[in-house]
Design a protein around this ligand. Structure first.
Ligand code: SAM
Length: 273
């Protein structure tokens, strides 16, 4: 039966490849791989022999249509990326969309994703989070992205390459302040796995003297939600008086102040006139 399988692969430790993933790769007609050389190593390790086609950022459109045509003709295909879940900051999203448009069934064979693995061991709040992917290298888009999340209250997950880490930490510190908590999750599932939990100020300082090595996920705490303002009746009355000075009628001034300060309109009005 025609099918596209979206297959997760290990992010460092080959033992994380599931028996079901092996079975599916053994059973499909062909595999669409981000980098065929990387996938060949994985296939060799698990003694899987399958035809590979390359499917990556720069040939997605044309190759995607060819893959869908083959599936529609009755073949079964698995899409994999170099590491982790396809479609998550990796090729695959487009192919799934093309399949959905052509009513081709798509199944997922879940595997590790660096984002979720990092979040789980970050020590930061996991109840609500956002995935931000990579920051753009383009100055304008990068700044727009940072401004859009400046007051985000949910935990944020970013991917970053080691040679860009210091610049990103500087930009984070400028946007979110010295004291914001961050967990830098490095080389997950590999020999040198490490989680550095610090503030942005400490992280900038630390990496100024320790050159970043390996792959990083940055898990950043969200902004603390602000406590709701509390008002006394006196505050509410002075707010209403300010409205009077602006030329509002006493009833209108009391109504506005009541709405803003959470007191009854009549209590404010009594103290106003
Ligand atoms: N699709 C992948 C996934 O599901 O995790 C992510 C691919 S993205 C192109 C690569 C980025 O993921 C790296 O730059 C790094 O930020 C993060 N990453 C991948 N493997 C990692 C690991 N073992 N430890 C820490 N971060 C990792």
């Amino acid at each position: 039966m025609s099918m596209l399988y979206v297959v997760g692969t290990p992010i460092g430790n080959l033992q994380d490849f599931s028996p079901r993933a092996v079975e599916i790769l053994q059973s499909v007609d062909f595999i669409a791989a981000e980098d065929t050389r990387v996938t060949l190593k994985l296939l060799n390790h698990f003694q899987i022999k399958k035809p590979l086609v390359s499917y990556y950022e720069h040939n997605l459109r044309e190759r995607g249509e060819q893959i869908v045509a083959r599936i529609l003709a009755g073949e079964r295909c698995a899409v994999v990326s170099d590491a982790g879940m396809p479609c998550i900051s990796d090729p695959g999203e487009d192919l799934v969309r093309l399949c959905a448009e052509a009513s081709v069934p798509v199944q997922v064979i879940p595997g590790p994703s660096a984002a979720i693995s990092a979040l789980a061991i970050s020590g930061l709040s996991t109840s609500r989070f956002t995935f931000e992917g990579f920051l753009s290298v383009n100055k304008h888009s990068r700044e727009e992205h940072l401004q859009a999340v400046q007051h985000e209250t949910r935990t944020m997950i970013f991917y970053e390459a080691p040679h860009k880490l210091c610049r990103t930490l500087e930009d984070f510190r400028r946007t979110f302040g010295d004291d914001r908590k961050i967990a830098l999750c490095r080389e997950l599932t590999k020999i040198h796995e490490e989680v550095l939990r610090m503030t942005l100020g400490e992280a900038v300082e630390y990496f100024a003297s320790t050159p970043p090595k390996g792959e990083f996920v940055l898990v950043l705490a969200g902004e603390e939600p602000k406590a709701p303002e509390t008002f006394t009746l006196e505050d509410a009355v002075s707010r209403a008086k300010a409205y009077l000075e602006e030329g509002k009628k006493p009833t209108e001034a009391a109504k506005l102040a009541a709405k803003e300060c959470g007191f009854s309109k009549s209590d404010i009005y009594k103290n106003l006139v």
